[in-house]
Design a protein around this ligand. Sequence first.
Ligand code: THU
Length: 139
Amino acid sequence: MSDALVQAAIDAAGKAYAPYSNFHVGAALLLDDGSIVTGSNFENASYGMTLCAETVAIAKANSDGQLRQIVAIAVAGGPAGQGPGADPITPCGRCRQVMKEVADLVAIDLPVHCAHEGGYVTYTLSELLPHGFGPANLG
Ligand code: THU
């Protein structure tokens, strides 16, 4: 299943709109029914408006009422037209924070599969974002 999820992220990267960085990122979310939700990065001429692939995918799941079904995440990225490089892409800080909202909601230390050219490495979200701020901190 993880292999299929990583492949879905790689495929999603092919749908990126990234004319400024030419760096294409795809994310794939595994839902508890086995289905997959994907997202890709969506850049903007006002560069700071860019939406990352992971956040796009999570917002898609939320919009379809599937936020509480997320059980795993995969991310893949690389220069346009190329697959993942030798080193895995890990989610940016903002995306880790967005993932934490989901992880706390579903009470799962979400596995995040990060693709490289030969496969993927898996981190848990708490490894990527130790001591993160979350809903529980609001009391
Ligand atoms: N990007 C993502 O989509 N996800 C990340 O976790 C890191 C960066 C995108 C943003 C921008 O479109 C491009 O990669 C280069 O930073």
